[in-house]
Design a protein around this ligand. Sequence first.
Ligand code: MIC
Ligand code: SF4
Length: 637
Amino acid sequence: MGLNIVEKILKNHIVVGEMKKGTEVGIRIDQTLTQDSTGTMAYLQFEAIGVDRVKTKKSVAYIDHNLLQTGPENADDHLYIQTVTKKHGVYYSKPGNGICHQVHLERFGVPGYTLVGSDSHTPTAGGIGMIGIGAGGLDVAVAMGGGEYYIKYPEVVKVNLTGNLKQWVTAKDVILEVLKRVTVKGGVDKIFEYGGEGIKGLSVPDRATITNMGAELGATTSIFPSDEATLEFLKAQGRETDYIELKADEEASYDAIVDINLSELEPLVAAPHSPDNVVKVSELTNIKVDQVTIGSCTNSSYVDMMKVADILNGKTVNENVSLVIGPGSKQVLNMLAENGALAKMIAAGARIIESGCGPCIGMGQSPSNNAVSLRTINRNFKGRCGTTSAGVYLVSPEVAAVAAIEGYITDPRKYGEAPKVEMPKNFLINDNLVIPPAENSNEVDVVRGPNIKAFPLGKDLQDKVEGKVLIKVEDNITTDHIMPSDAKLLPYRSNIPHLSDYCLTPCNPEFPKRAKEYGGGFIVTGDNYGQGSSREHAALVPLYLGIKAVFAKSFARIHKANLLNNGIIPLVFDNAKDYEDINEFDELVINNALSSVETGTFIIENLSKGTNYKMTLNASDRQKRMILSGGLINTLK
Ligand code: MIC
Ligand code: SF4
């Protein structure tokens, strides 16, 4: 029987377990990446593990999130990351070099390799034929130390692309179509492998847009074959020696197939407040636009930016629109500056910001109250842009640029010929913002600013676990709800006590106070709890606040792993109706917690109601050991 691409790569990398669907496998990791807002914690954890030099083929630390330096905190954290990475064998990509996923694709990604990154959009690397997986900082720290990374052996879904994209229809519309069909919770523990004749017309940056936003499906990752388009891209980056061909065997089989005829797609948009709330642009044309932001790890490649420059050329941004453009990397920005495209953007009235995450994570450029903001980013969760009352629409760079001129959401197809931009034969290569590690670790002293505080560690599990339900929330709660991140809070990513006052406050401002008053307790929630980012802070902060277990209808993959890694028990209702029975402040007890962990079956007593509920711990033996000993670091010790 033939193998698909996912099977081929995993077969080469599995070091624990076997290729059996639904079972846990440990895979060898070739490369890691971190970014600054999760990186400080990841390197503190790496130090706690006590390995001197990273054991991967390449590990890179990027500074791209915390670029607003409104006090010393962010710069202090950068200095910590710069020195700790230099000491332990990690390459350091300085602020200004660009967004981790964009730069990794350009300069470091290798087809057929595995990559784990402390950022949920690490699957961007799937555009170049890598298995790139987003994880919590602790999992990345372990992988840097040479430990394997664990996933549930995935179902592999083939996304079969046929036909060709019509004018003004883009890679962004392909992934929006997938999101519409699969939804934000439809991809958990699945890998999406793209194939079919239709992929021939997609360049590596197009493919990376698709695999990037595949994170919004909740998927483990997404991947494209490595073919002529990959070779062309690597050649243009001066890296053709990294190329290998990767394709599925003729007789490869898949667990499911999603067929998409590219010729039938039209420009799409994800309306507020979820990436799967997808409608046609043509259905939304009377909406006045206040802000447009173009950039982020989803859509900030050279080709994307050149198309935007072409649309803006000779035009003026609508008087009621603020247009913000952030090219994805120094390479992209430098090329736009040299070929005059940047001048066209500036002339049209765009506000150019440095290459980084910026508005995507609310680091500046929050729109006005009740604003409509069109963004080329991947997430439009309520409040993520920094303005709770604003509505964010996710679109392609082309739709964004046209709206910036028109002042309304506009179907770009009435705009005549779509811009045609070829991938350059040679990208501008200058890696002078990437600092290599020191040859000799002893030469480097790690610098730690006063904002770096110790991170909490769990304790051995007790046989009786009791407490109050501190909060009850609905479906699809994101990590942006659990641990909000914006310009005010991101500087405190290495300071868990400070962050604890903001935990779950978008759902209920009283939550931190309650947790502190009652000395911890439980969280009750609906489906897909913890969707979105990889931020481990969404587990570390609840741990700090004394959260012992989360009772959910279902969990998002990375967040569940982060809870387990930190010794918080993620339990799933056997009967979803029991969710209705529980109220905030109910007093709950888990008796026989220790033996329940072994069997995976829990009975939760609700003392306030006199009822009880059966719940399941879906965890491997390895994860059960972490729950018993209060987290991964304790088991390593
Ligand atoms: C995001 O897009 O939500 C982030 C900010 O990049 C996060 C990481 C973080 O919270 O630092 C992610 O995607 O994992
Ligand atoms: Fe940065 Fe936004 Fe990409 Fe997250 S999704 S890595 S915040 S650009």
